[in-house]
Design a protein. Structure first.
Length: 225
């Protein structure tokens, strides 16, 4: 039987999280550094532990004005903040690390952000959840950690296999049926299928994805199970 993990970025202030989390088989928990009003991490972790949902840490550039989604000309200026985000989260025992926003997107290409991510992974020795077919796989190899391939149900890719910019028409799949159809394309190609938990309607998309995967005989379970 084919299988895939259904995950979402959580702890980013969405009012839907209490409904969304029970539909997930894993979660990427925000450190809060890129949020204007951080969500209490202990409360989120307690909820995930009660439901048996494994989770990883989701750090990003400390840039609340842009929700951590503005690319940085000098990513290394944020190395100290990123190290603190990781160190502060370690007591919660995350199973992996997935970078957020611009740090994620910039590090899919070789360059300063990729080097920065490799350094963080060498320091903290966590598996990297990253975009399939990009620099992320090489970063994990350089750092000597496991690479966990990721695809996105609610986003589309450009011709180079990277996430299309959000301002482009069709880059975000809001319709649950469209997201579910896109999810099927990733089965057998990646370990983790992720949703953006801060997008309105994430719960409806997750329900539709799970229903569609079940109808096609795909088992939904954590990649680390």
């Amino acid at each position: 039987m084919a299988r895939i993990d259904l995950a979402a970025d959580i702890g980013e202030g969405s009012p839907e999280e209490s409904e969304l989390i029970p539909l997930l088989t894993s979660a990427h928990v925000s450190t809060g550094a890129y949020l204007a009003a951080p969500v209490p991490v202990p409360d989120l972790v307690s909820c995930l532990n009660e439901l048996g949902v494994p989770f990883g840490v989701h750090p990003g550039y400390p840039d609340p004005a842009h929700f951590g989604r503005a690319e940085m000309a000098d990513p290394r200026q944020h190395l100290g903040s990123l190290r603190r985000q990781m160190a502060d989260f370690l007591p919660f025992e995350p199973r992996w690390m997935k970078p957020h926003g611009a740090l994620y997107n910039q590090s899919t290409r070789s360059g300063a952000a990729a080097d920065l991510l490799a350094e963080l992974l060498r320091d903290f020795r966590l598996p990297l959840v990253g975009l399939a077919g990009t620099e992320h796989q090489r970063i994990a190899a350089r750092a000597g950690v496991r690479f966990v391939s990721e695809g996105f149900a609610d986003r589309t890719l450009d011709a180079g296999g990277r996430l299309r910019p959000r301002h482009e028409t069709g880059s975000i799949l809001d319709d649950p049926a469209d997201a579910a159809e896109n999810a099927l394309r990733w089965v057998g190609k990646v370990d983790v299928l992720s949703l953006h938990g801060d997008h309105s309607g994430a719960t409806s998309r997750a329900r539709c994805i799970r229903k569609t995967l079940a109808e096609h005989g795909v088992e939904v379970r954590p990649w680390c199970a």
